[in-house]
Write a protein that binds this ligand. Structure first.
Ligand code: ATR
Length: 487
C-alpha cells in the first residue's frame, strides 16, 4: 500500500489533499497532533467516513517527531473517544501500554499498528523490537533514521531476517532512507509513506504520491523486478530517474531505477551484490572513486579516469563512460567531417576530462581556459592540448591569431547554472557567429553563455542533449534494448 501522511492543520485541507491524490494512494494517515482544532473531536470522528481511502489514526507525541505536547492522560482519553470513528488502523507507540486501550480499538474493529521512532539512528535492538511486537499479534512499525549507507544496507538485510512476519512497516527516514520508501515491498513492508507536494511537513527524503505511484511504480515492485539506480551525494536532484523509469514504463520492462544517496562506495557495492542491483549510474563525487572497485573497465574509462555507468557482468562490476559518447553525439558529424578542427573548452573539472578526450580522439586541437590556470595546464599536458589564461586568450584573439579562431566552444563549468542564471563563465569571449557553442549545463536550458552565442548567430547545443544521450546509452547498456523513441 502507498500511504499518504495528512499533515495539514485542518480537516478540510486534509480531505482535499486526500481527494486530490485518491488515485495514487491506498490509505492515508490522519495526524491528529497537527490539527489546529484537535480538541473538537466530533469532526475528527466523522473524517474516515467522508475520506476516499481507509484512514490510519495517529496522535503523535513530540518526542516521537509529532506535535502533541500535553498530558498522556488527555491523549489516551481522546484516542478512546476517537475510536468511535470508522478508522481502519490506529498507530500506538511501543511504550504506550494502557489497559483497555487495545481492547477498545479491537471493539471498534480498528487494527493496532505498534510503532517506534528513532529520529537519530537505526537502533541496535531494531530486529528484536520488531519481532517482539509481532509476537504480541500487533503490526510492528519502525521509523528510523539511517545516517550512512551502511545503515540502509543493514535495514535491507534485517528485512530479510524478518521475512516471516508478513504484516510490518519499515521506514528509513531522511535522504539515506529513500530506497526503503521506494523498494518498500523488497523490505517486506506492507506500507510506504509519502507526503503531498508542498505540504508543511515535506521533510528531506519524503517522496510525493506522484513519485511513488507514477515515477517509481513502487506498488508494483516484486522480487522479480530488476533494480537499477544512481549513486551520488547529493543525488535527489538528478534527472536520471525520470529518464530511466519512463523508458521502463513505456516498454513494459519490469524494472525500477532508484536514487541512492551514498557516502561510502564499498558499502553500496555490498548492498548492490546482496540485493541484486544489476547496474547503476554514478554521479558526483563518485565518478573517480569508483575506479578501484571495478573488475573491468572500457577503453574510455581507462583513458578519462572517470566512470559514470556500472553494470553487473559475470559476477564483476564493469565500468563504462556514457558521458563521453553523450557529449560527442550532438557534434559527431561535425567532428567526422572535419567541421570542428579547433575547440575551446571552458573549465578543467571532472566533466572536462570526457570532453577533452572526446575531442582529442577526433584529432581536434583543444584549448583549455579555466579559473584556476594550473588545473588547465595539468589537463592540457595530460591530453596533448593547450592551456590559455583568460588574458592571453583575449590578446591572441584581438591580434587575430589563427590558432584561437575556434570552431567549437564548450562550456563545462557550473557558472550560469540555476539559481545564478545571469553568470557568464567567460564574459570577455566575443563570438564570431560561425562557431558552435555547447553548454553542458541543462538548468536553465538556455544559459547566459548560449544566449550570447545565439545572439551572435552561432549554432548552439543544449546541455540536455548530452544528458539525454548519455541516459539513452545507459538505458541500452542496462536493459539491452533501445530507449523508446517516443515516451
Ligand atoms: P569537478 O567537476 O571536478 O567536481 P567542480 O568544482 O564542479 O569540479 O568545477 C568544475 C569546473 O567549474 C572547474 O573548472 C572549476 O574551476 P576551478 O578549477 O577554478 O575550480 C569551474 N568553476 C566552478 N565554479 C566556478 C566559478 N565560480 N567561476 C569560474 N569557474 C568555476
Amino acid at each position: 500500500m502507498i500511504g499518504l501522511t495528512l499533515t495539514e492543520n485542518s480537516l478540510e485541507k486534509n480531505l482535499l489533499l486526500c481527494q486530490n491524490h485518491a488515485d495514487q494512494i491506498d490509505i492515508a494517515e490522519l495526524r491528529v497532533d497537527l490539527l489546529d482544532e484537535q480538541d473538537i473531536l466530533e469532526p475528527i470522528i466523522r473524517f474516515p467516513s467522508v475520506a476516499p481511502v481507509p484512514i490510519i489514526l495517529t496522535y503523535r507525541r513530540s518526542r516521537d517527531g509529532g506535535a502533541y505536547t500535553r498530558s498522556e492522560r488527555l491523549r489516551i482519553q481522546r484516542l478512546k473517544r476517537l475510536f468511535s470513528g470508522a478508522f481502519a488502523y490506529v498507530d500506538l507507540e511501543e511504550d504506550l501500554q494502557h489497559s483497555g486501550l487495545e481492547q477498545a480499538a479491537a471493539d471498534h474493529n480498528i487494527k493496532v499498528i505498534r510503532s517506534f521512532h528513532d529520529m537519530h539512528q537505526v537502533p541496535g535492538d531494531f530486529l528484536k523490537r520488531i519481532t517482539r511486537i509481532a509476537e504480541q499479534g500487533e503490526i510492528p512499525k519502525a521509523a528510523v533514521m539511517p545516517t550512512s549507507f551502511a545503515d540502509v544496507s543493514r535495514l535491507f538485510s534485517c528485512a530479510k531476517e524478518l521475512e516471516k512476519i508478513d504484516r510490518k512497516i519499515l521506514i528509513g527516514m531522511g535522504v539515506f532512507g529513500v530506497p526503503t520508501r521506494i523498494l518498500y515491498r523488497r523490505c517486506g513492508s506492507m506500507l510506504t509513506f509519502c507526503a503531498g507536494a508542498g505540504t508543511r511537513r515535506g521533510a528531506p527524503g519524503q517522496l510525493t504520491p506522484e513519485q511513488l505511484k507514477t515515477l517509481y511504480r513502487a506498488d508494483t515492485i516484486s522480487a522479480k523486478t530488476a533494480v537499477y539506480g544512481i549513486i551520488g551525494n547529493p543525488v535527489m536532484h538528478t534527472a536520471s530517474p525520470a529518464i530511466h523509469n519512463s523508458g521502463y514504463m513505456k516498454l513494459g520492462i519490469d524494472a525500477v531505477y532508484v536514487p541512492f544517496h551514498v557516502d561510502d562506495i564499498r558499502n553500496f557495492l555490498n548492498f548492490a551484490e546482496a540485493n541484486e542491483v544489476r547496474g547503476f549510474s554514478v554521479t558526483i563525487p563518485h565518478k573517480k572513486q569508483i575506479l578501484p572497485f571495478l573488475g573491468k573497465v572500457s577503453r574510455e574509462v581507462k583513458q578519462i579516469g572517470s566512470c559514470n555507468t556500472v553494470i553487473r557482468e559475470k559476477g564483476l562490476w564493469k565500468g563504462i563512460n556514457t558521458d563521453y559518447y553523450g557529449f560527442l553525439h550532438p557534434i559527431l558529424e561535425d567532428l567526422e567531417t572535419g567541421l570542428i578542427r579547433k575547440a575551446l573548452v571552458i573549465g578543467a573539472g571532472g566533466a572536462d576530462r570526457a570532453v577533452v578526450w572526446g575531442l582529442r580522439n577526433f584529432s581536434a586541437h583543444v584549448g583549455i581556459v579555466n579559473r584556476t590556470h594550473s588545473s588547465a595546464v595539468k589537463l592540457a599536458e595530460e591530453t596533448g592540448s593547450r592551456a590559455y589564461s583568460t588574458s592571453e586568450l583575449e590578446e591572441l584573439r584581438e591580434a587575430g591569431d589563427e590558432s584561437v579562431q575556434f570552431d567549437l566552444v564548450v562550456q563545462t563549468t557550473s557558472v550560469g547554472m540555476e539559481p545564478d542564471i545571469t553568470a557568464d563563465p567567460l564574459p570577455s569571449y566575443r563570438f564570431r557567429g560561425d562557431e558552435i557553442a555547447y553548454d553542458l549545463i541543462y538548468t536553465p536550458k538556455v544559459t547566459k553563455f548560449l544566449q550570447r552565442a545565439s545572439q551572435a548567430g552561432c549554432r548552439i547545443v543544449y546541455g540536455y542533449e548530452m544528458l539525454y544521450q548519455q541516459g539513452v546509452l545507459q538505458f541500452k547498456s542496462f536493459t539491452g534494448v533501445d530507449y523508446p523513441q517516443q515516451l
